[in-house]
Write a protein that binds this ligand. Sequence first.
Ligand code: VAH
Length: 314
Amino acid sequence: MKKILIVGAGGQIGSELVTYLRGIYGGSNVIAADLREPANPVIDGPSVKLDVLDKSAFSYIVHKNSVDTIFNLVALLSATGEKNPQLAWDINMGALNNSLEIAREYNCAVFTPSSIGAFGGDFPRKNTPQDTVMQPDTMYGVCKVAGELLSNYYHSRYGVDTRSVRFPGIISNVTLPGGGTTDYAVEIFYSAVKGEKFVCPVRDVYMDMMYMPDALRAMVELMEADPAKLRHRNSFNIASMSFTPEIIYNEIRKHIPDFEMTYRVDPVKQGIAEGWPDNLDDTCAREEWGWKPEWDLASMTEDMIRAIRAKNLK
Ligand code: VAH
């Protein structure tokens, strides 16, 4: 990878991926593109305003900058997608289709994240295998499964170097997530540090979660992996921790003993969460490209509280 374009660079993952990739490949070699101007523009490299659904504009940026790798992070997330399924399909699949077509035309590699949200139907909830039934009942999940199939098609039919991981809920302290079922696992930290009671929208349900530093490293390690060793491509299960709201609440209270939480269940988010895996089996990622998490619930909790306290939020 030497010339990278990140589309959806303003989102929870994108905003940190820009900085992370610039630290590895050099600021001028990582172009950050988003529909909106970045809230806190990262000025150590090029940024462009781009609607990824405008294929000619997207192509122009790739061609003009001799891009060789596209990270496509454009998506409406699970809970938001259920509010407007048609819009979610148009955006999520439009962004992917343009990314894949442009990658085919200009010989780029493409990373598009999948998600634990791709699972659904009658599949093993515990130690969910790499290959199993995938019949999600959310538009977000439908887009993720369709995206995996389309990305594999572009690899087998046209030789495009497409790669992907099924992300758990990503926990981070830079850019807030927006519209996801796992957002509670970020919001809970802000409530705890600000001394506010947290009202949790889901209860008694395990979900895979991952700290952002592990997620960023996973994307680079997969994209740099020897293609000859990849038996899977789109998309790899990767895992690091799995917990319920009660478990993370009790871990936070080890640092903030008077922190309080209550529940006000959001039926849409609860229903989505209950349809997802309790925990993934990520053996294939470990065997095919050496995946191994470096953060767990205890270390992530300590670092999140430290980082949010440093923001001096009022
Ligand atoms: C969501 N944060 O909740 C996203 C993610 C695994 C969850 O895909 O929709």
